[in-house]
Every structure is written in C-alpha cells, then in structure tokens.
Design a protein around this ligand. Structure first.
Ligand code: EPZ
Length: 448
C-alpha cells in the first residue's frame, strides 16, 4: 500500500505482497486450423537415453533430441557428474569418459524426476552412486521402491539417509551381479534404471513384468547400439547379458507419441483437417482406437503421417493402463475432448493417484464433469467457453491449451512452466496452422 503523500510505503503499511512475473498464453478459440503439426523427438525417451550415455566410456551422439526445459535440466545433471555435452540443433553429443563424481546434485534432481534414472548407469559404471530421492510432484508421490529393490537384487547395498539414496556394490571392482527381478508394477522408470544397471553386470539379468512402453524399447536399442546385449525390450520380459564395457554410438530418438497424440486430440476437438508427422502409428494404437471409437476419422497419409478429418464426436469410456493400454499421459487431453463429445463418458485414471486436477479448470470453461476420486464422469456439452485457467502439471497444460483452441472466446492458460517442460515450441507450431495464440507475462501480486 502506498502512502499517497510521500508515495513511499509507510512501515505500518509495508505490504507482504511481492509482484511476480508469470508467463501465460492467451488463446482465441475457434480459429480455423489447417496444415501439418510437426512432432519432435520423444521427451521420455531422450531423458532415458541421456541417462544411458553415462554407461559409455566414449563420446556418444543423440539426434532428434527435443528442445525442452526437462532436457536442459538433464543436461545440467550430466554436466554436474562430469559429462562433456555439446548441443548442435537437435543433436546432442555427450562424452562421459571422465565422470568426476558419483553424486547427483539435489537442487537439480529434485526438479527432474527422470534424472533419478541415472542411478542405474552410475552404479553400473562406478560401483557406487549418491542420488537424491526425486520426491513427489503434482500427479503423485512418485516412490522409487521398485528401483531400489531391483538394484538390491543385482547385489547393490542401498541405504537412504537424509533424502539421498546411497548405493554401493561390495567386492572387488564393484560389479553388479545379474539376477532375476520381478517388478510388482510395470514401472517405466524402474525398468529403465534396472535395464541400464544390468548392461554392465556380471552374468544374466531377467526383468519380469517389465514396462513395455516404446521409450523402454528405444533405450534398449540405444544401449544395443553401444554394444549392450538386451533382448525382449518392448515386451514384459527383458533379458540382459552383462558386457565388460560399451562403445560409442550415434542414435536417433523416436518421435514423441504423446506430443503426436496431443496433436491428434487437438485436431479432433477443433474439428480441423490436420496432418501430424512424423509418427509411428503402432506407438499410438490405443489412442487411435479411442479416437475412432469417438468418431474421429483418421487416415494414414504416408507411413509416418496421420491425417485427422473432421467428424461428429460421441462419448466413450477410457481407463488408463500401462502400455499397451491407454496411456496415462493422454488422459488429461482426452478429458478435454470428451467434454464436448455428445453423450456421457467415464474416464478413469489408474496409474497416478492425483492426475485429475485439470478437471476443475475444464469445469471453469463450462465442462460438465463430476469427479469421484480418479474417475471423471463427463456429460458432453455443445461447446466450452474461454476462461482464465491454471495448468497444474505437464499434460494438464496440454489439455487446457487444447480446450482453449476449441472454446468460444478467449482462454488464458497460466502455469506455462509445466508446458515448457514437455512441449517443444508448442505455440509456434499452433500459430503455423492458424491458431491465434500469444505468450505474455503479467505481474501477479501474490500474498506471502
Ligand atoms: C514415466 O514416469 C514417464 N516419465 C511419465 O511421463 C509417465 O506418465 C509414466 O512413465 C507412466 O507411463 C518419464 O519417462 C520421464 P512409472 P515414471 O514408474 O517412470 C508407481 C509425462 O507426462 N511406482 O511407470 O516415473 C508410480 O507411483 C510423465 O511425460 C512405484 O510405486 O512412471 C506410479 O503410480 C508424467 N514405485 C506408477 O508406478 C516405483 O519404484 C507408474 O510409475 C516406481 C513407480
């Protein structure tokens, strides 16, 4: 509060408020959209592959690496471990020949859960690792017990002290020993951590009930390009035979199936004739099946390009499951879409315990959704109306942008730091197909 006379805050009126610059998107809905939405390299693959590069005592190169905040954070984590990195366009060269520490820095790991996956590579390469617990996030507690139990099965001693996971391998040379590991849940991260750890272990490792996501298979293919012996990745049973060391590789990251799926939903929800490429259709089988069930017309324009043709949309039911089931990372986007599909839909989130926070924001836009735990009961409305909304996590931000493109009037989406983690220059890609969308910053006075 300013004192009008002296125009300076008087002590008894000093405000506890501090202005904060926040980035937001302004979206004018119902613009006619046409053209092609280009898909970048897969975030969740590139992050795992970067952790995999720690296994290699020589320089490796990844291509088709997306330009994302999470990739930048992972770059910082690897640099802190002694990796020399060089980014040229979508190529990333990493030289992990001289790791300078086995301790990943807390302030970086706490901001990027995926950096925890480096624990497998570090302990395989160095026989020891100190990695902070990644902690929870908006969508759930995100425990790492499956990672820890798997490393113990491979012969590592693990203790958690002051939020740091200490891993040490006893015996000469600190080599892990191959083992049979059963995962209670097909965790993507645990499968990737343990697959990387096993590449340099002595003997054979079998991971049962492994995650089957395409990003797991992509990581396995990168490790195999470096000389690892892995078979069965992409199925629920992966066998790894340890080798003494790996060698250089030059590898291209698969296209991001979740970005591609998000674009398919945007096309369907805005009733736009759009093409999306590059795409690997078999990575999107459940997403394409559900879109067709809703009534969307999807044609394959070429081997790596899908085209969505406008069509009336009707309700359906969805339950998220581990791959090859319907992906949890597409749940928020489909909640937006189903909110304007004629009829009643039910969408149930079974993978994460707190991944329905976009529902309240969609209701602000006029969606008719009732939430019971992690089940959303949706009654389709004719059209959403633009409103100021807050993104609470990465895929919620995509869901709200999608809703804003289809809504009547203007939508302001705040919480863009979530979106920037996982979508490479989304607003420019949308502007290129005719969307009226602009990023702006506003000073928000927040009460401390
Ligand atoms: C990966 O996270 C992805 N992230 C997530 O994408 C994705 O949603 C998730 O897999 C599921 O597909 C990356 O690859 C960087 P999980 P991850 O281990 O590995 C429980 C996005 O939006 N669990 O398969 O952390 C866990 O709590 C992000 O791009 C344990 O209980 O997922 C969750 O309920 C979000 N103990 C379930 O398993 C563990 O040790 C699935 O988690 C590990 C996991």
């Amino acid at each position: 509060m300013q004192d009008l006379v002296s125009n300076t805050p008087t002590l008894d009126k000093v405000s506890t408020e501090s202005p904060k610059e926040i980035a937001a998107l302004r979206i004018w809905g119902r613009q006619p959209l046409s053209g092609n939405l280009p898909v970048s390299g897969a975030k969740n693959s590139a992050l795992a592959l970067m952790a995999g590069a720690l296994l290699c005592p020589e320089s490796c190169r990844l291509r088709n690496v997306p330009n994302l905040a999470d990739i930048e954070r992972m770059t910082q984590v690897l640099a802190a471990l002694g990796v020399k990195l060089d980014r040229q366009g979508d190529a990333l060269t990493m030289d992990a020949s001289h790791l300078t520490t086995s301790q990943a820095p807390y302030e970086l790991v706490s901001k990027l859960r995926a950096s925890f996956f480096a624990i497998g590579s570090l302990v395989a390469r160095l026989g020891t690792a100190r990695v902070p617990l990644p902690g929870g996030c908006a969508i759930g507690a995100r425990p790492v017990d499956l990672h820890v139990r798997g490393l113990q099965a491979l012969g590592a001693h693990v203790r958690i002290e002051h939020g740091i996971v200490h891993v040490d391998v006893p015996g000469a040379g600190g080599k892990l020993k191959g083992a049979k590991i059963y995962l209670d849940y097909p965790s993507v991260g645990a499968t990737e951590t343990l697959m990387m750890a096993a590449t340099l272990a002595e003997g054979e490792t079998i991971i049962e009930n492994a995650a089957q996501e395409p990003e797991v298979a992509d990581l396995a293919n990168f490790c195999r390009a470096m000389g690892a012996k892995i078979r069965g990745a992409g199925t629920n049973n992966i066998t790894i035979v340890g080798v003494p060391k790996l060698h250089t590789a030059d590898y291209s990251v698969i296209p991001d199936r979740i970005e591609a799926g998000t674009f398919l939903v945007m096309a369907a929800m805005t009733q736009s004739d759009l093409t999306i490429s590059p795409i690997i259709p078999e990575h999107l089988t459940p997403v394409i099946a559900k879109l067709e069930e809703i009534g969307a017309k999807i044609v394959q324009d070429s081997p790596a390009c899908l085209r969505v043709i406008p069509h009336a949309l009707k309700a359906t039911d969805i339950e998220t499951l581990p791959y090859p089931g319907f992906p949890t990372d597409m749940q928020a986007q489909f909640t937006s879409l189903l909110s304007v599909c004629e009829g009643n839909s039910i969408i149930t989130e079974t993978v994460f315990e707190n991944r329905m926070r976009h529902v309240a924001e969609l209701v602000r836009m006029g969606a008719d959704i009732r939430l019971k735990g992690s089940t959303a009961i949706i009654k389709g409305v004719h059209r959403l109306s633009g409103a100021p909304v807050m993104a609470t996590d990465l895929r919620a931000s995509a869901a709200l942008v999608t809703a804003g493109l289809a809504a009547e009037g203007q939508t302001i989406v705040k919480g863009l730091h979530h979106m920037d983690r996982g979508y490479d220059d989304l607003e420019q890609k949308l502007r290129n197909i005719g969307a009226k969308i602009e990023r702006f910053t506003e000073r928000e006075v927040t009460k401390e």
